[in-house]
Write a protein that binds this ligand. Sequence first.
Ligand code: CMC
Length: 431
Amino acid sequence: MTDKKATLTIDNGQGSVDTFDLPIHKGSVGPDVIDVGSLTAKGYFTFDPGFTSTAACESEITYIDGEQGILLHRGYPIEQLAEQSDYLETCYLLLYGELPNKAQKDEFVYTVQRHTMVHEQIRTFFNGFRRDAHPMAIMCGVVGALSAFYHDSTDISDEHHRKVAAFRLIAKMPTIAAMSYKFSTGQPFMYPDNSLSYSANFLHMMFGNPCEPTVISPTLARAMDRIFTLHADHEQNASTSTVRLAGSSQANPFAVIAAGIAALWGPSHGGANEAVVKMLEEIGDISQIDKYVAKAKDKDDPFRLMGFGHRVYKNFDPRAKVMKQAADEVLAELGIQDEMLEIAKRLEEIALQDEYFVEKKLYPNVDFYSGIILKALGIPTSMFTVIFAVGRTVGWIAHWNEMISNPYRIGRPRQLYTGHTARDFVPLDQR
Ligand code: CMC
């Protein structure tokens, strides 16, 4: 709380004026936050569809400055984590607030590795899905179903249960993700190989087969790891807010993370990486870019340039910068000349100079380049959002755990009601 206060003056139109003093909270960095919690007792709600001006919670995990293009996890810039850390170390940081020392890191990695297998009956559970099911549909179902398999980690009031659930989710997400892919191809599921790193093991379960040893390129494993790291957390986005809201009802952690996966799926959020590649394929040729840019600017055309724009970043998305550099490196190392990358680069150039995009501050976001790397890694398009979900799982858990470990109330927004006022029921024969 600061010494500052906001004063809200309401002219009720009948010659009288109501004045309310509202306290102001100060974060460690970022804008001051006006506490409107007392307004309901005074007969008012605030109205903020899309929560553009609303801080729904207090958090110590991630900070974003959208104007400056800054993203910090527990104070550490995302660029440094992507370059100098790895995914599991970033997980530790997000969950516990500090970077681990060597012994802590070894123990954390060891524990995650001991939870990578899924209950054998989950393999049978997969058979209920159609072979052509979207892997995100499978993820929503299977992750939600984990609460039916792991009863000993669903008591959210027990810190140990929460800890075990966190390890299980972080460790099993790559296994379930790879199983959803294998199921769609008709290939056998691969058991995890705990001698491999988190990301190499994921590639092993995606691309290996039981008939021969899997050879995982360190370059590809490192690229995969960086993708997971860049997606690890992003403050109170739609899926994380969904996780917090679902968790606020005291639902179990597996149900809560399934809710996060569902919210992530949409093309305005995590589904954008898949949508970007589909869009680049549709554009097909550099000569067509102008046509698509014009479509994106046309108010009467629902088409949007996927991978552009962000609710918070109004300068650049720092994750996109790292991702672009990583895309260049991966394609160079793999010797891939990707026409899609050429289209993407040209599209970025044109859009960044176009008055419409400049004025609306629409810059490429993380998803603009992630799809290109994932494609180069041989990941099928339908798995892109699944990979986002794997990386984001730790962020969801960190936020859920932060909420549960502190005093919290069930999330319950109100509304501006514009429907009918009370009226009498009309019997069927009189309508
Ligand atoms: N192409 C064309 N116009 C756009 C785009 C775009 N990609 N994004 C926003 N606009 C326009 C929009 O039409 C609106 O114009 P006007 O003011 O004339 O009505 C203005 O820019 C503001 O857009 P908005 O939809 O009000 O902004 P928002 O903060 O509600 O939405 C967004 C943010 C990310 C959903 C949106 O920019 C978008 O749909 N982008 C494409 C999808 C995408 O790439 N999503 C991934 C986001 S990053 C990863 C993640 O968080 O999951």
